[in-house]
Design a binder for this molecule. Structure first.
Ligand SMILES: NC(=O)c1ccc[n+]([C@@H]2O[C@H](COP(=O)([O-])OP(=O)(O)OC[C@H]3O[C@@H](n4cnc5c(N)ncnc54)[C@H](OP(=O)(O)O)[C@@H]3O)[C@@H](O)[C@H]2O)c1
Length: 329
């Protein structure tokens, strides 16, 4: 093992954003702490906001960013993990309240770690990562709330992004029709390949209708704002809409008419605050019936830690599609 290891570090000393690559010394493990040699991490929208300083995602003065990682246990002070275990972590405060995955080695509390399920690898678990985990939680919530494929298509917004791509691919594999909504015409063939039944562009909500024609049986929304309002008004009776992201806007100006006249349900997902006890259940499902069959097509880039800032800028410019993973050597 090396004497030192590299990690990205964000600091907001005197409220001024700064990011640099640090060289760190190893230290003693704390109680219930595990040392992991990182194999892969991934670059999510929130990571891109964090490392470019566009939004303050870290909730400390200084922290390692990175919402997720997979790796091998090198040392453990936890009865739940031993040297050689293959583990992953997604959300759970990584890169927000505790040091995250953009690091060659990670000191993590044992309660954020999950043994990588049998059918997954270090690489596959991060090709799926926080985006796939979040899409799987959303789909699980819809199904628990009686969303059935026979009721009609599910709209997915921000569909060329990580969460959107997994939502389409997993839903398609479960037998649902999907309507992908994207701003990018050049993503059409990619979206078809990963299972979109139909692709449409969002048209501005010009009329302030309380209810629109019923177009979708449900929706997974990554954008928020006007588009979410439009989805709520265009969803069939008893349909489920899962609000995941706010890539377009954090605001929601709508009415209660779709809820009280059509019984439309609005559900929410927080992968960060998802109960630790249920994380394992979702990852087991991802390794089985929620596995995205077009994983290789969705994973469009594999980069090094040194490329994270450049690819974060590209992510925020909206020019990329699919999912980016970071490989550690
Ligand atoms: N609730 C949670 O636990 C959770 C977990 C993970 C992510 N998220 C959130 O979910 C959203 C998607 O995350 P992601 O990792 O999939 O991001 P991503 O890979 O960057 O994809 C976001 C997609 O949204 C669309 N988009 C981006 N900016 C937009 C804008 N200004 N107006 C309209 N569309 C825009 C683009 O798709 P098109 O060009 O195809 O339209 C883009 O590919 C983000 O807001 C993220 O913070 C939430």
């Amino acid at each position: 093992m090396k004497n030192k290891y590299k990690s990205l570090n964000i600091s907001y000393k005197n409220n001024k954003f700064n990011i640099k690559l640090l060289s760190n010394n190893f230290r003693e493990l704390e109680a219930k702490e595990v040392l992991i040699k990182a194999k892969y991490s991934s670059l999510n929208y929130k990571d891109a906001l964090s490392v470019t300083g566009k939004t303050k995602i870290i909730r400390k003065e200084s922290l390692t960013p990175g919402l997720d990682f997979s790796g091998i246990v090198i040392d453990s002070n936890s009865k739940n993990f031993k040297k050689g275990d293959k583990v992953l972590a997604t959300g759970a405060g990584l890169g927000e309240t505790i040091n995250g995955g953009f690091s060659e080695f990670i000191y993590a509390p044992d309660n954020v770690l999950i043994n990588i399920p049998k059918n997954l690898t270090f690489q596959k678990s991060m090709q799926i990562g926080t985006a796939g985990f979040t899409a799987a939680i959303a789909i699980d919530k819809m199904i628990l709330n009686k969303q059935k494929s026979l009721k009609g298509p599910i709209a997915v917004t921000g569909s060329s992004g990580g969460v959107g791509s997994f939502a389409i691919n997993i839903l398609n594999n479960l037998g649902f029709e999907t309507i992908a909504m994207t701003r990018k015409e050049h993503s059409y063939s990619y979206l078809k390949k990963i299972g979109a039944t139909k692709i449409i562009q969002y048209e501005k909500n010009t009329k302030k209708n309380f209810l629109n024609n019923q177009m979708f049986a449900g929706a997974i929304d990554n954008l928020g704002g006007e588009i979410l309002d439009w989805l709520i008004k265009s969803t069939k009776e008893n349909g489920n809409i899962v609000s995941i992201g706010m890539a377009s806007s954090p605001n929601l100006d709508t009415t209660v008419f779709p809820l009280i006249m059509r019984g439309v349900n609005i559900l929410g997902v927080s992968s960060t605050n998802y109960q630790n006890s249920k994380r394992k259940y979702i990852w087991e499902k991802i390794s089985k019936n929620y596995f995205p069959p077009q994983l290789k097509t969705i994973n469009t880039h594999c980069i090094r830690m040194e490329d994270i800032i450049e690819f974060s800028k590209k992510t925020l410019s909206g020019k990329l599609h699919g999912r980016i993973i970071i490989k550690f050597t």
